[in-house]
Design a protein around this ligand. Structure first.
Ligand code: UDP
Ligand code: MG
Length: 297
């Protein structure tokens, strides 16, 4: 029985790197297909609305070699949606997502496939080292993935990105999720199945530059947190409880001052009590809304 492997590559403004990418994937495909069993491969290049001529270069690659298939998105939808589009088109029994900039070495896919043959259904690639990234990016990534683990119940593996292999079952489960703000790596952890990691060294970007400037990194982080955690919504509850307790204490004190001392200004006690009480009630109510919203979400 032939086993068919798909590879999904999101591409946004990567023209200079495309010849190298094509060569690396051709080499990978011939290594995979010349193995002992009969295995085939397809590489789905998702052009995420590139504006630098990547589209033409991708079409040319597909014309020369049927290994490549190109999906053109009508505009730039962003990395996570480009991956999703590619997964919709992939036909293989395994589907591997990998970046186009060759920071994730395509050769590692052979190791991912080997793990799949051992019976694992998700094989994620874990960065042992990362070259050519700024200290700032390394630090923010480290803090973010540890923070999101604390904040959520989902076991998102540390130091891994979207570079991972999935079994057909996992892809189908993933495609069943209709999230708008997609945090793909979290969703794949969420669907479960038998998961394992493979270590690799992440290379530096050889061509072009990163498409994740600080602004996008923040949006990405917020998508991750709000998709997988209701802790921010529950903040109102905690604040409401804290301010109600404070209100009670200050209220008691205000009454004490009114009754047993002569330092009060006319009307102060009742105004203080009203403000404190309403503030606490409002925050608690918001918190209750938050709890229900979190459950609907
Ligand atoms: N990418 C994309 N759409 C975007 C931004 C990025 O498809 O809007 C692709 C990009 O071509 C690359 C991958 O997503 O293949 C990861 O992007 P990048 O290398 O810029 O991120 P970094 O490695 O710096 O985190
Ligand atoms: Mg990159």
């Amino acid at each position: 029985m032939t086993i068919h492997h798909s590879v999904v590559v999101p591409v946004f403004n990567e023209r200079e790197g495309i010849p190298a990418l094509v060569a690396r994937f051709e080499a990978l495909a011939s290594a995979v297909t010349s193995g002992a069993g009969s295995e085939t491969m397809e590489v789905i290049l998702v052009n995420d609305g590139s504006r630098d001529g990547s589209d033409v270069a991708l079409d040319e690659a597909a014309k020369k070699n049927p290994l490549f298939k190109v999906v053109h998105l009508s505009r730039n939808f962003g990395h996570q949606l480009a991956i999703t589009a590619g997964l919709e088109w992939a036909k293989g029994q395994t589907v591997t997502v990998i970046d186009a900039d060759l920071q994730d070495p395509p050769e590692v896919i052979r190791e991912l496939i080997a793990k799949w043959h051992e019976g694992f259904e998700v094989v994620y690639a874990v960065r042992r080292s990362r070259q050519g990234e700024t200290a700032f990016k390394l630090w923010t990534a480290k803090v973010f993935y540890r923070f999101i683990r604390k904040l959520t119940q989902v076991d998102i593996p540390l130091d891994s990105g979207d570079f991972r292999l999935m079994d057909r079952k996992v892809v189908d489960a993933f495609l069943g999720l209709r999230e708008r703000h997609r945090f793909v790596r979290g969703m794949i952890s969420w669907v479960g199945f038998k998961q394992t990691g493979v270590l690799y060294d992440r290379a530096e970007r050889k061509f072009g530059e990163t498409h994740y400037p600080l602004k996008k990194m923040i949006k990405f982080a917020l998508d991750g947190i709000t998709s997988f955690s209701t802790v921010p919504l529950q903040l109102a509850t905690y604040l409401g409880v804290a301010s109600s307790v404070t209100a009670l204490l200050v209220g008691l004190w205000a009454i004490y001052v009114r009754l047993f001392t002569d330092q009060t200004i006319q009307g102060w006690t009742s105004v203080m009590l009203a403000v404190l009480f309403l503030g606490g009630v409002q925050l608690l109510t918001l918190g209750i809304f938050g709890e229900y919203l979190g459950r609907t979400y």
